[in-house]
Design a protein around this ligand. Structure first.
Ligand code: SF4
Length: 362
């Protein structure tokens, strides 16, 4: 039995105005299981009221949260109820009403991870198709102006730059721009073939290695070098389950094949302990065979686990369930931090801590 998590992933919008290549949203792959729509204020309120253990909600996943007309009302209610909101997965920030940007500052929205993969319009729109870089930068300046007006550090802003072959030459210029805009700068390895064919793989692999502490050029190299997956979305089935805008339980942020049922009456505890979720958790630990009605069966991450035999361990689930939230607020932040720390030298140290932790939880 899994306890109600303190952090929930709740999709505020599965609608997006951009058309990024290889994105399942742009390609219409999410239409059947996820669908297109916005989180309604009434459902958000019901969910917050029914689950007092939830103290933090991540709103971003398949779409752009700033397109949701109820967003300011959602922010205000969360603030009044002491529930922190964040968009760590990412926002494109191309289209945002001033009222929504002001609400983000006024109601202390915690964190906005802005996906900006270029420093010039030409390079930016190569991947962020239909996007306008100047709109994004203007919206960031507006947020900064409101932060000054309200004398608030929130929302914290991060410039996330996904590295591709077509944009790698703009990394250093983008970094400088991010500094000027008071934003943290984060270099992310691209998806590779996670959702199909890799788009614009990096070209200057030595350069890509040189700009990151972990010194890897892609996710495969990361996994081989550190014997650890670059992203670990499966832990969300234990720690931060993903709920769709319409109440369907999707389990994790990658699943767009089918659902795990519905969060009936907005009761998260019952939903995450249903038979399908319990079976999927056992599947990810390699304890039971794959079954067609479990979404993970269609996922390339599960297939990799099956091929490599690198299953989720109890320590994986517990590390992310208890250690990560206490240290850094969420498994995603924790994972990003560990990946940043991952260097050949630190790996030995992290391994020692990890094996001590393994012994502790067994
Ligand atoms: S295997 Fe895929 S669908 Fe299943 S939890 Fe992991 S990332 Fe999500």
């Amino acid at each position: 039995m899994i306890a109600t998590p303190s952090i929930l992933l709740l999709e505020a919008s599965s609608v997006c105005q951009l058309a990024c290549p290889s994105c399942p949203t742009a390609e219409g792959k999410i239409d059947e299981a996820v669908g297109r729509g916005f989180l309604k204020f009434d459902y958000f309120k019901q969910l917050v009221d029914t689950n007092p253990d939830i103290s933090c909600i991540e709103l971003s996943n398949w779409g752009e949260i700033f397109l949701n007309p109820d967003l300011p009302q959602i922010m205000e209610y969360a603030y009044k109820r002491g529930v922190k909101l964040k968009a760590e997965n990412g926002v494109n920030l191309n289209t945002a009403k001033k009222e929504a940007l002001e609400a983000a500052v006024k109601y202390r929205f915690r964190y906005l991870n802005c996906s900006i993969d270029g420093a010039t319009q030409e390079v930016y729109e190569t991947y962020r198709k239909r996007g306008k870089l100047e709109n994004v930068l203007e919206n960031i300046r507006t947020i900064n102006a409101f932060k000054k007006l309200y004398n608030s550090p929130f929302p914290e802003l991060q410039w996330q730059f996904i590295m591709h072959g077509h944009n790698e030459h703009e990394i250093l210029v983008a970094k400088k721009l991010a500094e000027e805009l008071n934003m943290r700068f984060f270099l992310k390895l691209q998806w590779g073939d996670m959702y199909g064919e890799a788009v614009s793989p990096v070209r200057d692999r030595e350069f890509i290695r040189s700009v990151q502490a972990n010194q890897v050029a892609d996710r495969q190299e990361f996994a081989e070098k550190f014997n650890r997956d670059y992203i670990q979305p499966c832990v969300q089935l234990w720690q931060t389950p993903q709920v769709n805008f319409d109440g369907k339980l999707l389990g994790c942020c990658i699943n767009h094949w089918s659902d795990f049922g519905v969060v009936n009456g907005a009761d998260v505890h019952d939903a995450i302990n249903n038979d399908k979720m319990a079976y999927a958790r056992d599947m990810l630990m390699g304890k039971v065979e794959a079954k067609n009605d479990i979404p993970c069966t269609s996922c390339s991450i599960y297939k990799q686990k099956l091929a490599s035999g690198r299953w989720m361990s109890t320590a994986d689930a517990y590390e992310n369930l208890y250690v990560a939230p206490k240290l850094l607020g969420s498994a995603r932040t924790y994972n990003i931090m560990v990946n940043k720390l991952m260097t050949a030298k630190n790996q030995r140290f992290l391994k020692r801590i990890r094996s001590k932790f393994d012994r502790l939880v067994h």
